[in-house]
Design a protein around this ligand. Structure first.
Ligand code: BG6
Length: 483
């Protein structure tokens, strides 16, 4: 059997602390902004509460309890033959308030043990420095990334990690899905203050929101570039990447208005952030967008120099689904928490309203590789679905296998097209809480976690059918995708 995947292809899986780690107030950890988010459902958005409610369910507080299961979990990942494991560090476990003078040693020790455990099995950690969270104190006192001071707090945090884990971690990502703050507003990825009871995602942005989000995002760009610089100084072997929510927007029709709308949407959603982080400068179309939305950014000459010096070593992105866009307002919007645009009649949709489109992944890989020409990794991909535990305890998730097969096939095509794809880490490799809805029932994993949305279950782990299938995929380096 022959394979298209390169010899050292990084097969693995991905998780994030705020959805998986739990132990939100143990080991000296401070509350993060994600710890203030109640659970929601497909129809009912999650909301932020300024004070924790005694009877409220905050899913990040226990997550999937990785904190107390990490040895067992990493062994399970090793059992699939993982070469890499993408995870994030909870900023508030290292700096509980964000502006502390010194880090929390117990937090540093925890991650050291996690990385050592990975290396025991030959698994290379791939670490996201900030995945949808910051210490809540930084939100409450400073308005998160709305404040330029956040740059200093972040760089100090990143420097601590690069120094502490110099010999244990060599692959880093500065921010998860950095473009989400721009698309959905300030709380979830920019840590900005919102009113009690607001949803963390808001697709309807006013010009004032856009101004605030883009300024906050600019602070993140500068922080990311400074982290890249300092990370390279501490260890020249460090490979530091960006992470973008991969947005594939097709024109609904061949009407030139739809074609232009798709082009403009792809540019703003993908290249606005990608260009700054990969090329070191804002793209040509930014100024017109700013002018049309009355945006005036505070960008200093020093910022511009930093952005140029701190470009990333590789490009990573998440890909779940594609969108169709049109200027015809009568078509209405598609469902789903993160989806935008209108229903694409050629695609099937998941229970949560996300279009399933493996070919969109090939399109995106070619599109971004053509623009940037640096190594690429798909660091999130997968199907959020309800799983059924059969009476014999088995979980037969053929729908998940089918989804992943289709996407891996398209990665193969992209490699044949000439794309330098170096790794693949499907999302939520062990079940975890959904970021969008806060639900546990929207599962992505190869491993089932016994916990439900009524907070019932002992967190025990059971490999699903897809676990054995993915093990075979990795063992054959992607040649054998059969179920
Ligand atoms: C990405 C995020 O947007 O999608 C993850 O980086 C998230 O944190 C994933 O979990 C899937 O989204 P959801 O809403 O199904 O959890």
């Amino acid at each position: 059997m022959t394979t298209t995947f390169p010899k050292n292809f990084l097969w693995g899986g991905a998780t994030a602390a705020n959805q998986y780690e739990g132990a939100w107030n143990e080991g000296g950890k401070g509350p993060s902004d994600s710890d203030m988010l109640l659970s929601g459902t497909y129809d009912k958005p999650r909301v932020f509460t300024k004070e924790l409610k005694d009877d409220g369910y905050y899913p990040s507080h226990l997550g999937s309890d990785f904190y107390h299961h990490y040895k067992e979990d990493i062994k399970l990942l090793a059992g699939m033959g993982y070469k890499t494991y993408r995870m994030s560090i909870a900023w508030s476990r290292v700096f509980p308030n964000g502006d502390d003078a010194t880090p929390n040693q117990e937090g540093l020790d925890f991650y050291r043990s996690v990385f050592e455990e990975c290396h025991k099995y030959g698994i290379e950690p791939l670490v996201t420095i900030s995945h949808y969270e910051m210490p809540y104190h930084l939100t409450d006192k400073y308005n998160g990334w709305g404040n330029r001071l956040a740059i200093d707090f972040y760089v100090k945090y990143a420097k601590t990690l690069f120094t502490e884990y110099k010999d244990l971690v060599h692959y880093w990502l500065t921010f998860n899905e950095i473009n989400i703050g721009m698309m959905f507003g300030g709380y979830m990825s920019l840590g900005m203050k919102v009113k009690d009871g607001s949803a963390p995602f808001n697709p309807k942005q006013t010009d004032e929101d856009i101004q605030n989000n883009l300024q906050g995002l600019h602070h993140q760009f500068v922080a990311s570039a400074l982290a890249v610089k300092v990370g390279h100084e501490i260890n020249p072997d460090n490979k530091i990447g960006c992470m973008i929510a991969g947005n594939v927007n097709y024109p609904l029709t061949s009407n030139p208005d739809d074609i232009l709308k798709a082009q403009q949407t792809n540019e703003m959603m993908n290249y606005y952030c990608g260009d700054v982080q990969v090329r070191g400068a804002y793209p040509h179309f930014a100024q017109r967008f700013w002018d049309e939305h009355n945006v005036k950014l505070n960008i200093t000459a020093e910022d511009e120099a930093v952005l140029k010096e701190g470009v990333v070593d590789y490009y990573t992105f998440s890909y779940y689904s594609s969108n169709a866009v049109t200027t015809d307002e009568s078509k209405g919007e598609a469902g789903g928490n993160f989806t935008m645009g209108v229903k694409n009649p050629y695609l099937k949709y998941s229970e949560w309203g996300w279009a399933m489109d493996p070919k969109g992944l090939r399109w995106y890989l070619n599109d971004v590789y053509g623009r940037y020409q640096i190594p690429i990794m798909v660091v999130e991909n997968g199907l959020g679905a309800r799983d059924v535990v059969e009476s014999d305890g088995s979980i037969n998730d053929d729908y998940r296998i089918e989804y992943l097969q289709g996407h891996i096939e398209q990665m193969k095509e992209a490699i044949k097209d000439g794309v330098d794809l170096v790794g693949y880490t499907p999302w939520g490799c062990i079940d975890l809480v959904s970021a969008g809805t806060g639900q546990m029932e929207k599962r992505y994993g190869f491993v089932y976690v016994n916990r439900d949305d009524n907070q019932v279950g002992d967190f025990s782990r059971t490999p699903k059918k897809s676990y054995y299938w993915y093990k075979k995929v990795i063992a054959s380096n992607g040649a054998d995708l059969d179920n």
